[in-house]
Design a protein around this ligand. Structure first.
Ligand SMILES: Nc1ncnc2c1ncn2[C@@H]1O[C@H](COP(=O)(O)OP(=O)(O)O)[C@@H](O)[C@H]1O
Ligand SMILES: [Mg+2]
Length: 276
């Protein structure tokens, strides 16, 4: 390719994530109530539209119940939106069946959770090998790749330990190694430091930050401004909508008096330099 064409090619590459007018409704109440149309709807997402570039590092913030985990579950193909579109690398995923979604998850996305979600009776090595087992990788290669992932997170000496024999920070490192072992382009972390003290949190953020520097796109949910400060871009959720998007070249911010509706949040882009 001619070097002068490069910026155009880059500009036309699809973002890693593109969601448009995403909504998620949960219907509550008994089956009978729902059948009679008397169930209560919870609108967990009310129209989220945004893009996330490959290689970005995004913090998702907002009060409890604002839709952060629902958003992450949709991004992670763990759950389907009620309406709206979701393209992962330009591929529409909202209509894929469960098998296709599972395959996509396994190949492209790593997950990290607040409570680590490790198998208690399995060693660190076995926990990290698990996604490779699902992917049908042969034992010798599973072991080699899991060992490399554990070394990457600084746990090369602890591969035979079970979760109960490891500190919280070490358990989260095992979980990060498990998320990395399939070499995903996207890591989704839902409050990864929520169960850790501040020193250990900083160490985990240092690790995620160095993975991001190596090109892994990271989206993480956090309540803590200290943790969000590690990210390049910060999204603020409120009542199922993004009400602030900071660090993305353009910022969106609603005035405190504005009613939050799906229509008004994205109509007021503010240039970083303050130009209208
Ligand atoms: N499986 C579910 N069934 C019913 N309601 C749910 C479910 N998951 C989440 N909700 C509701 O959706 C809203 C958003 O939840 P969630 O995405 O977990 O928020 P956050 O992660 O920001 O705390 C909340 O009102 C919550 O009670
Ligand atoms: Mg949550």
């Amino acid at each position: 390719m001619d070097a002068t064409q490069l910026p155009v090619a880059l500009a036309s590459a699809p973002p890693l994530i593109a969601v448009h007018d995403l909504t998620k409704r949960y219907e509550m109440g008994s089956a009978t109530q729902r059948a009679a149309g008397q169930g209560q709807n919870v609108h967990a997402l009310r129209g989220v539209s945004l893009q996330i570039a490959r290689g970005d590092f995004v913090a998702v913030m907002g009060a409890s119940g604002s839709g952060k985990s629902t958003f992450m579950n949709v991004l992670g193909c763990l759950d389907r939106p009620s309406s709206g579109t979701y393209q992962l690398e330009g591929q529409a995923v909202e209509h894929l069946n469960s098998d296709a979604l599972a395959a996509l998850r396994n190949r492209r996305i790593g997950f990290v959770f607040q409570q680590f979600n490790l198998l208690p009776r399995a060693s660190a090595l076995e926990n990290v090998e698990l996604p490779l087992l699902y992917a049908g990788v042969k034992p010798a290669q599973r072991r080699e790749r899991a060992l490399a992932a554990l070394q990457r997170v600084g746990l090369g000496e602890r591969t035979g330990h079970r979760p109960t024999e490891l500190s919280g920070g070490q358990q989260q490192r095992v979980a990060i190694a498990r998320a990395l072992v399939n070499a995903p382009e996207l890591v989704l972390a839902d409050e990864p430091t929520g169960a850790l003290d501040s020193q250990t949190s900083a160490e985990i953020m240092q690790l995620l930050s160095s993975l991001n520097a190596e090109g892994v796109t990271i989206v993480l949910v956090t309540h803590e401004p200290d943790v969000a400060a590690w990210a390049r871009r910060r999204l603020m959720f409120k009542d199922g909508l993004v009400v602030q998007d900071e660090g993305n070249g353009v910022r969106f911010q609603l005035k405190p008096t504005d009613e939050v509706t799906p229509k008004n949040w994205n109509l007021t882009p503010i240039n970083e330099k303050g130009a209208p």
